[in-house]
Each structure stands twice: as C-alpha cells, then as structure tokens.
Design a protein around this ligand. Structure first.
Ligand code: PLP
Length: 407
C-alpha cells in the first residue's frame, strides 16, 4: 500500500537530520553526491549482522541460507525497481563506477583501433575515464556530443556522431550538474540502428525519475545505491541478456566459475559470472531495504516534492545579484548548479557550512562540462525526499549573507 507522503514523518526516520552543524540545524543539500540513510536501511544491516549473517550461495547451513535469501531479495527489489525482465539481468557491483568499468573492460576485448565511443560533454568522470582507457590502450576514438545553451543535449550532434564505427554510446540519463534529463530511448534507437550498444548512467535518474530499463531500451544501465538512501559499496549493473552473454567476465575468483581444472575453466551464468568473490552481502541487503523503503511512497509525489523545492530555490536565486544557474533544460531534475560573480564556489560552500547548510562545490567530477561552461568549478545544491521549503529558505538566506561577505 502506498504510504502518505509526509515530510515531517519522513525526517524522523533519518537520525542524522536531528544533528547540528556549527551550532545550526543541519540543512543537507548535497544529495546528488550521496544521500542520508533512513532507519529502515540502518536497521536492516544491523539486524542482519546480529541475527542471520554468513556467506551467501555456499552454505548448506541455516544462516547461509537465510543470508542468501535476504541478499537475493535485494536483487529482486532492484529488478522490480528498474523493471528488468529477470534477476539474472541484475549484477551487484560496488557502484556505478565499477559497473561502467566492467562494461568498458568487456568491450576492450573486441574493440579495434578506430572504433568509436560516443559520449556527451555532460558526463561524470566515471562515464568518461573507462572509455579513455579504451582510447589509450586500444586506439578507440572518443566522439563528443555538445549541448544547447539551456544545457540540453544537442540531439542533432548526437545523430551526426553515431555512425558505422560506433561501438558504444555512453550517456547520462540525468546530469549530476545540469540536472538535464536525456532521451535515452531515442538515443538507443539511433545507436541500435547503427549497430552500437548503449550504456545509460542512471546515478541521478534512478533517484529522481523512476526508471524502466525495458522502456528505455538500453543495453546497460548503471546505478549507485548510496544516492538512493542506501549504503555505500553497492550498486547495480543492469544488462540485457544479449549484452551479458556477449561480455566476458570482469574479474576472476570464486562464485563466477562453473568448473576449474588445472588446464581449463568454465564460467557460471549471469549474474554470478560477473560477481567474483564474496559479494557486498550486507550492502546488498541494505540496498534492498532502501528500495523497499523508497517505494512505499507514490513516486510522482516524491518527484513533485523535489521539483517544488527546486523551483523555490530557483526563484530565490533570481533575487541574488551576479548569480548564474547552469542548466535550465525543460524537464530537468532537482539539481541546482550555480556560480556567483566574484565568489569562488569553495568560499561559498565554506560560508554556507557555518550556517549548517551543506552544498557541494567543485568540478563535480565533470571537468569536460566545466570547460564547456567556461568555469573551473561551480556550487551545487541538490534536493532529496527529506528536504523542506524552510530549508530552501535557510539556504537562500545563507547565500545572501555569503554574497555580502565575499562580493
Ligand atoms: C551522474 C553520475 N554518474 C556516476 C557517478 C559515480 O557514482 P559512484 O561514485 O557511486 O560510482 C555519480 C556520482 O556522483 C554521478 O552523479
């Protein structure tokens, strides 16, 4: 049953939100970097550790079976959340970064010099650097797609960039800086018509949009649990059965093999083929708890709440002299990156911290985007399920004070 969306009640489930920072109530607006954890997640990990912990998939004994059940329930929660056809399509990884490295290293085995990887300039470094490895080591060519003035993807440039040499189009579903939401389904159609595969980086989108990987039609989709109120050290790599069958294992070890002899090995099926060694068991259980907790709420209500916070902040910033917002594409998510003339983002973030307000400042692991924007860094406020309108107002007031001190 869907739970009533009540921010005050939600906040009570996040113990950290009661703390103070520099003598002021914490206003946590760095959710795009990592979100806080509700009791449901903290307790799921603690209870499992206290009552039923053992290694998974290996034991005949009760504790191992119980732990395996809870661990696989995490996989099923992720399957359902992303609407993947089967749990075999869901690989547990350390996070989005590991997922992309896995896909890139599998592609490295078949890539030829001159083969092309298409990327957008708004990508996070984790969706850039693994492809640079293919450029450096295999002679692949990176083709970059630019942006329109409002921060939306230049789809004409995307169409022009994809061609017979394209092997992979790697694109963020939602930018962690601009908030831009990309049309992954359309990009997939263009890429597939050219015989290329598509990887979508869902780190931000999975939290703010509601994702159906089958409707998106991508071959690969990656995501990190810690941004969805879950633990660190756990993420999901979704792959279509075709993409998974084609990819060779990323790491070798226990669990991913079927047989090992002195002169030969045979591999287990997906997902185990890509999960060498003891997996992040408690983290996967915590991720399952986070997804189940998050899905109690009507997702449209959560999105409307975050959008309203974004709008309030956006309106508030209109009154701040010398302020530029980066990314105004229609349909953008609740991420607000900005620059204030005459003030370095780090100084802004430091002053806001004095008022208890946590925002991010830096290049946001998106240096090509910073180059495109003509800045070295920006400030960024990003909103989550537990943020309130009153917190947005504290943020705007603190920003005004910071401006007074710095400009
Ligand atoms: C869009 C995007 N992609 C990838 C990542 C990398 O995620 P992780 O560091 O959890 O692997 C992030 C994290 O900030 C992100 O926002």
């Amino acid at each position: 049953m869907t739970r009533l969306f009540d921010v005050a009640a939600i906040r009570k489930e996040f113990p950290i939100l009661t703390r103070e920072v520099n003598g002021k109530p914490l206003v946590y607006l760095d959710n795009a970097a990592s979100a806080q954890k509700p009791d449901a997640v903290i307790d799921a990990i603690a209870n499992q550790s206290r009552t039923a912990y053992a290694n998974v998939h290996r034991g005949i004994h009760t504790l191992s079976n119980e732990t395996t059940e809870a661990y696989e329930a995490g996989r099923e929660a992720a399957r359902d959340f992303f609407n993947a056809p089967g749990t075999d399509n869901i690989i547990f990884t350390k996070g989005a970064t590991e997922g992309i490295n896995l896909v890139a290293s599998a592609l490295a085995e078949t890539i030829q010099p001159g083969d092309e990887i298409v990327l957008s300039v708004m990508e996070h470094h984790s969706n850039i650097v693994p492809w640079h490895f293919l450029r450096e080591r295999q002679g692949a060519v990176l083709r970059w797609v630019g942006l329109n003035d409002d921060g939306s993807l230049d789809m004409d440039a995307m169409r022009a960039a994809i061609g017979p040499k394209t092997r992979m189009v790697a694109i963020s579903h939602m930018s962690n800086v601009l908030g831009t939401v990309n049309d992954v389904a359309e990009i997939g159609r263009i890429a597939h018509a050219a015989g290329a595969r598509v990887l979508a980086d869902g780190c931000q989108a999975a939290v703010h949009l509601g994702v159906d990987v089958q409707a998106l039609g991508c071959d690969w989709y990656v995501f990190s649990g810690h941004k969805l109120y879950g633990p660190t050290g756990i993420g999901i790599l979704y792959g279509t059965s075709g993409a998974l069958a084609e990819a060779r294992p990323y790491q070798g070890g226990g669990e991913m093999i079927e047989t090992v002899a002195m002169d030969r090995i045979t591999y287990n099926e997906a997902p185990h083929k890509f999960e060498a060694g003891t997996p992040p068991i408690l983290e996967a259980i915590g991720l399952g708890a986070a997804i189940r907790w998050f899905r109690q709420f009507d997702q449209a209500e959560v999105q409307a709440h975050e959008h309203a916070l974004y709008q309030r902040a956006r309106e508030g910033l209109r009154g701040v002299d010398g302020l530029t917002v980066h990314g105004e594409a229609s349909g953008k998510g609740s991420v607000l990156a900005f620059s204030l003339q005459g003030a370095h983002p780090h100084d802004l973030a430091q002053i806001l911290d004095r008022y208890g307000v946590a925002i991010r400042a830096g290049h946001h692991c998106a240096q090509p985007l910073m180059t495109h924007l003509g800045v070295s860094a920006t400030a960024r406020a990003s909103f989550g399920i537990y943020n309130t309108e009153a917190e947005v107002d504290v943020f705007i007031e603190a920003l005004e004070k910071a401006r007074g001190m710095l400009v």
